[in-house]
Design a protein around this ligand. Structure first.
Ligand code: ZN
Length: 423
């Protein structure tokens, strides 16, 4: 089992390790990973003083094995032309959030976290496992790579139970998954590889050997080569820089690439707007996928495109988040005081007299309500927070009166909020 502990640490100066072309020619044969960006994350680090868990019977520590394999792998990838981000190059710790941030800043196309496994109660256990984040159907590119990797481990490495190796969801170990994969999955496929058990005496002996660490690095390297050889398909939304938001209901185009500069995809696509599946039209000549978004009342919408290129490699369903017009308006203020003052100005224009208050006030009332809520979103305990919360209650009551809608639930909740948080 792995233990992922949230550790707060300070970032050290991290240098980008960029592939150097040096004596190599720039043919794709010599540099099969030219231009590919990858993050290699050796799990854990610098825990010897306090960690009694990730250690083999003869004293070998998981973090040391992870680092050796990662450094051998980094060298191979760099020689193949890849731009590698190594999250740690020494026996140091780095926060889990920091590891994910580095991968995102680097713009990686693949995140590979290198770990080794331990069992507290079964010293015989020794098999390969590769984890992906979450639901396999929602994370197909990570599963593609995980399958290639676990097959390579089974074929070329040595395990006491090689046939038991598997690709598993990280939700089997933690209900919300592992931090590094959860925090990278929106933008890139990723896996955690567990290349054997250091709690097995035979396993530990193998994992201590640098020759065996090199063999393991070679297995990762070949899996990465094979994965990118199949092509890394992409989908990019086409939006002008001047467009600040989308209007749900509009048609939005994505430019697709099969990973080879073409648009050779297998079968159908699936496009999701939040959880809903959208209609689309596909032009295989131009590679344009025109997606019909659906109207919705929200500040943001997220879109994901699923599909497979001609070699069967899945598009990683990146999560594209767009502001809607309402979202842009919602975020028009960035200081709570400005939002609150604007709300107060509108509030003073409203009549709360049952006889004179009419539905023409509704737009002003809605805007005031929104601005009070925004002031609290910008700064939850601002100097006028209680006033804002009381105004929200008053406005909800007015809204119910003017619109004749039944808002009793919202009104009750707001009253409870005041009673609970503002004694
Ligand atoms: Zn680990």
């Amino acid at each position: 089992m792995n233990m992922y502990k949230p550790v707060i640490s300070i970032f050290l100066c991290l240098l980008l390790v960029v592939g150097c072309s040096g004596p190599f020619s720039s043919t794709t044969e010599n540099l099969p990973l030219q231009g590919i960006r990858i993050t290699i994350d050796p799990g854990h680090g610098d825990t010897e003083a306090y960690d009694r868990f990730r250690i083999g019977p003869a004293g070998e520590r998981e973090e040391w094995i992870n680092l050796r394999v990662a450094k051998y792998l980094e060298k191979k990838l760099t020689h193949a032309g890849a731009q590698v981000m190594l999250t740690r190059g020494a026996d140091k710790d780095l926060s889990l959030g920091g590891r994910a941030s580095l991968a995102k800043i680097h713009g990686s196309q693949l995140f590979v976290s290198i770990h080794h496994n331990g069992s507290g109660n079964d010293p015989e256990m020794d098999l390969p496992i590769v984890y992906f984040f979450g639901d396999a159907r929602m994370n197909p590119a990570s599963v593609d790579f995980a399958r290639i990797l676990v097959e390579g481990m089974r074929e070329k490495m040595v395990f006491e139970q090689p046939d038991a190796g598997a690709v598993y969801s990280d939700h089997l170990i933690y209900s919300s998954g592992t931090s590094v994969l959860r925090n990278t999955v929106a933008v890139m496929p990723g896996v955690i590889g567990e290349g054997g058990f250091f709690t097995s005496a035979e396993g530990e002996e193998r994992l201590r050997s640098k020759a065996y660490n090199k063999l393991e690095a070679q297995v990762y390297y070949e899996a990465i080569l094979e994965y990118f050889r199949r092509g890394y398909p992409t989908a990019v939304p086409i939006l002008l820089d001047t467009v600040k938001y989308i209007i749900p209901g509009q048609v939005l185009e994505f430019q697709l690439d099969d990973g080879f500069g073409g648009s050779d995809f297998l079968g159908d696509f699936t496009v999701l707007q939040d959880q809903d599946s959208l209609d689309y039209s596909w032009n295989p000549e131009s590679g344009l996928l025109a997606v019909q978004t659906v109207p919705m009342d929200a500040h943001e919408v997220s879109l994901q495109v699923f599909g497979r290129n001609k070699n069967g490699n899945a598009l990683h369903p990146r999560i594209f988040e767009f502001d809607t017009q309402a979202g842009v308006e919602w975020h028009a203020f960035d200081f709570w005081g400005d939002a609150f003052s604007a709300a107060e100005e509108l509030y003073e224009q409203l009549s709360f007299d049952e006889n004179t208050a009419d539905f023409l006030q509704l737009p002003i009332m809605e805007e005031a309500l929104h601005l009070y809520q925004l002031s609290l979103e910008l700064q939850i305990v601002h100097a006028k927070a209680r006033v804002a919360e009381e105004r929200i209650l008053t406005l909800l009551k007015l809204k119910q009166h003017l619109s004749k809608e039944d808002l009793s639930e919202e009104i009750d909740l707001q009253q409870q909020r005041l009673d609970t948080y503002y004694p």
